[in-house]
Design a protein around this ligand. Structure first.
Ligand code: FES
Ligand code: FE2
Length: 378
């Protein structure tokens, strides 16, 4: 695939995005299938943006860590003894093996290849049998730091030294969702999955509730009231939509002890799509999320997690409700998986063609415009 093919797609995407929303179409099929377009995304989106990697509450103890990948760069985020979160290149400084995998807890980062080991501040602490090498000095080695910030309890990392802080970029969202107090929500489950679809197809699926009655007809579809759904225009770094309703499980509405949320907010669920890959369903009593990481055009790694607002954390009934909710989410996700994998097969078809978006797909229009603005701008 040539860069030219990528540029043609960027042009087609931009042409699509110049239409007013009332005449907007979905994105051209090639943006989901082209290696060249993915290379542009890696360069202009993933290497430049703040990327969410998980919940700070999941790294509570000294030495707790999680790993992630930004384009081709493996990254580790860990809780250091001073209590701060730090992120480093997760690549050994000897012969460049990847260091840590998955999530866990370590006292030192030990390379699985020749056991060079690093303290939690990234400095090389030990390197077996290196004493005879006169040119070697371990003090000259420290894992390169990666920028890491938290916002509302989420951990974000970026390879971009110049990106404005997450708090600056998401200031508009902070004020919108302020009363939920999402910072204090505690993660109670976390899983990782890989689905056979393009990362944007899954992101777009999350952004719109238009598919609920049909794709989720066996689960949440019959309860979804699309006429009560509000889809305001998005902002530069995120889009959102909301619905106010009586929740089927008590944890969906505010706990009686919750004094932060007032009026209709006590029954309002917000669906947040923070660009490029952080998708959150935020309710007064619980939250769940997806964090996406492309693995090629046709595969997406998914961090799927969720938990409870602080008022519900100590309530044993809440844990039971969370269990019920998790079982439902698993079913809903299985339906979404079928949906987004079917779209990924469809977009390869020679006769595939983007159709008009519904008014409930306003977030998709904004997401496409975000990508059109970012990609190929350099
Ligand atoms: S590559 Fe890490 S110790 Fe050799
Ligand atoms: Fe869905």
């Amino acid at each position: 695939m040539s860069t030219e093919a990528g540029s043609d797609l960027v042009r087609a995407l931009r042409a699509n995005c110049e239409r007013p929303f009332g005449d907007a179409r979905s994105m051209p099929p090639g943006v989901y299938t082209s290696e060249a377009f993915l290379a542009l995304e890696q360069r202009d989106v993933f290497r430049n943006e703040w990327l969410c990697v998980g919940r700070a509450s999941a790294l509570a103890q000294t030495g707790d860590y999680l790993t992630a990948q930004i384009a081709d760069q493996p990254v580790v985020v860990l809780r250091e003894p001073g209590g701060e979160l730090r992120a480093f290149s997760n690549v050994c400084l000897h012969r460049m093996s990847v260091l840590l995998e998955g999530r866990g807890n370590v006292r030192r980062i030990v390379c699985p290849y020749h056991a060079w080991n690093y303290s939690l501040d990234g400095k090389l602490a030990g390197a077996p049998l290196m004493e005879r090498q006169s040119g070697f000095c371990k003090d000259q080695y420290a894992l390169p730091a990666v920028r890491c910030e938290t916002w509302q309890g989420w951990i974000y990392v970026t390879l971009n030294d110049h990106a404005p802080s997450v708090a600056t970029q998401l200031a508009g969202l902070t004020s919108l969702i302020e009363p939920y107090g999402m910072t204090d929500y505690i993660e109670t489950f976390h899983e990782e999955h890989v689905w056979d679809t393009n990362w944007k197809i899954l992101a777009e699926n999350f952004m719109e509730s238009y598919h609920l009655p049909m794709l989720h007809r066996a689960t949440v579809g019959p309860h979804s009231k699309l006429e009560e759904m509000e889809c305001p225009p998005g902002l530069p770094a995120f889009n959102y939509h909301w619905i106010t309703k009586e929740a089927t499980l008590p944890i969906g509405n505010a706990h009686p002890a919750n004094t932060r949320l007032e009026g209709h907010w006590r029954r309002t669920t917000a669906l947040l799509a923070i660009y490029p890959t952080h998708l959150v369903t935020l309710t007064p009593g619980y939250f769940w999320y997806l964090i996406l990481q492309p693995q090629g055009v046709g595969r997406v790694h998914i961090r799927f997690g969720g938990g409870l607002a602080p008022e519900f954390i100590d309530d044993p009934k809440a844990a039971e409700y969370m269990g019920t909710l998790k079982a439902l989410l698993d079913e809903v996700n299985a339906e979404d998986r079928r949906g987004v994998e079917a779209v990924f097969r469809g977009v390869h078809a020679p006769l595939a063609k983007p159709g008009h978006l519904s008014h409930l797909e306003r977030p998709n229009y904004d997401f496409a415009r975000y990508l059109a603005h970012r990609i190929g701008a350099a």
